[in-house]
Design a protein around this ligand. Sequence first.
Ligand code: ATP
Ligand code: MG
Length: 250
Amino acid sequence: MTASLTLDVSGLTCEAGGRTLLRDVALTARAGESLAVTGPSGSGKSTLLAVLAGLRPPRSGTVRVCGTDTATLRPAKAAAWRLRTIGFVYQFGELLPELSAIENAALPLLIGGTGRAQAYGTAGRLLDELGVGKVADSPADVLSGGERQRVAVARALSTRPPLIVADEPTGALDEQATDDVCELLFSLPERYGTTVLTVTHNPLVAVHADRRLHLRDGRLEELTEARAEAEAPDAARSEVSEPASAEAEA
Ligand SMILES: Nc1ncnc2c1ncn2[C@@H]1O[C@H](COP(=O)(O)OP(=O)(O)OP(=O)(O)O)[C@@H](O)[C@H]1O
Ligand SMILES: [Mg+2]
């Protein structure tokens, strides 16, 4: 156990519907690292995120997030802990449609008791920084998919949590918006010092992460470069071709 780790998971086992979804899973992540978990549909990726966030109890094992053992969280304190520790980004943005972009982004701060002026100030700055300042006052339900995800990232960042978890954050986007959101998501460790853990079906998304893991038959395995290339040769090629094309443009 190391308190300075953002994530420190060991011996994690979880069952659902009579099936073992996670089998003796171990995982650590440091501050400022990005991780991508791939795996077949139904393999337990969303379940893994729910267990890591303390939203679902494991059958056995230990989950520590920033040194806190999630099993020790009392229900009354768990929500406040989660609010300041983990930011969530989901597939469709999951914004409240009747609220504006800035109201959505400010919501976690308002819920956490931050005053209105400060909450809206922080939310507005984040929307600017993430390239969606111009839609700050637009209702969430008129935003494009890509804009929605940027606002969702701003909302996730608003409390400055050390960990951002994203569940299929590009699953509802076209190729261009996927690239944009990917670039944004994987820039967060450097820009904000957060650890980013995303689960995705898309190897072209996973390839941007510092570390790639694969969940299959309950086992979470770290992919080496060679394994990642074998799993998704096109994605691995696009990764190595990026610097070359940037050089060609220069
Ligand atoms: N509370 C539950 N009760 C029964 N079965 C459950 C429960 N929660 C999840 N499952 C089952 O566990 C399996 C894993 O679900 P999960 O949503 O974690 O998969 P996933 O890898 O995120 O899939 P996808 O890629 O399609 O989102 C599924 O077969 C699902 O039906
Ligand atoms: Mg899922």
